[in-house]
Unconditional design. Structure first.
Length: 256
């Protein structure tokens, strides 16, 4: 395996239930990832996390409109929800896949123009990745973005590896654990495409691991400045299998 530009050999990601080889990153050693229904205690914790980040920390939404300190919206009933909890069952991250409905997709309410490639996507086989949130205490430093360190910078990657701890690893363990659950569920639902409005730092991080996305619009204001993208799930599978077999092994559904 070739070394990265930072002069270090990337570690493979390991996501199975079997013991991980030495030096292998294993998200489930630290966190539990699951799909959840929009009811019950775990869903309540997801709404509280969304309120804490979107309303209090980032002020994307007016906190006074959520007196229960729980954030939810009209797209939640049309979504598949995912969560990550730590060993104390504390909510540390969440995301949702929004299916098409009479409401459309959330990003369409904010984008002025979307490309012809976007318009050609089969809406019944497409879902939007939305409300991707990581708890503040699990980001590497106080000035990190919503998804942790601004990955994609070799110097920052090298520094991060040197200071890796229980919550601070070279790989974004929580995000990859959520993405695996999202991928498996997407395949089970017969989805073929994902769309998303992402910050440039998150898009660079995903590209680094072979999860490339295609831009389908100009930057827009949608809970911060983001860019709309789409991805073919089948094309991602093929590309990652060939270019990053460690990442492909991680995302492959576990065999029973």
């Amino acid at each position: 395996m070739t070394q990265s530009r930072a002069g270090r050999i990337p570690q493979p990601i390991h996501g199975g239930a079997d013991p991980a080889p030495e030096q292998v990153v294993h998200p489930r050693r630290y966190f539990d990832f699951k799909r959840l229904e929009a009811v019950g205690g775990l869903w309540d914790s997801v709404q509280q996390l969304r309120y804490s980040v979107y309303c209090v920390e980032c002020k994307y939404l007016d906190a006074s409109q959520y007196p229960s300190q729980r954030e939810t919206d009209e797209f939640d009933p049309h979504s598949v929800h995912f969560a990550a909890t730590n060993e104390r069952q504390e909510m540390v991250a969440t995301l949702r896949l929004v299916r098409d409905s009479p409401l459309g997709f959330p990003l369409e309410q904010h984008a002025e123009h979307l490309s012809a490639d976007y318009r050609k996507l089969p809406r019944d086989k497409t879902a939007e990745i939305s409300r991707l949130i990581l708890a503040k205490s699990y980001r590497r430093r106080a000035n990190d973005g919503l998804y942790g360190q601004e990955l994609g910078d070799p110097q920052k990657d090298a520094e991060a590896q040197a200071e890796a701890t229980y919550r601070r690893s070279q790989y974004p363990l929580i995000l990859f654990g959520l993405f695996k659950e999202m991928y498996v569920e997407s395949v089970n639902m017969g989805l073929e495409y994902w769309v998303a409005a992402m910050e440039s730092g998150l898009q660079r991080m995903l590209t680094k691991f072979g999860l490339g996305l295609h831009q389908v619009g100009e930057p827009m204001s949608y809970y911060g400045e983001v860019i709309p993208y789409y991805a073919s799930i089948r094309q991602l599978e093929e590309f990652v299998m060939n270019s990053r077999p460690d990442v492909f092994q991680f995302f492959a559904p576990s065999q029973s």
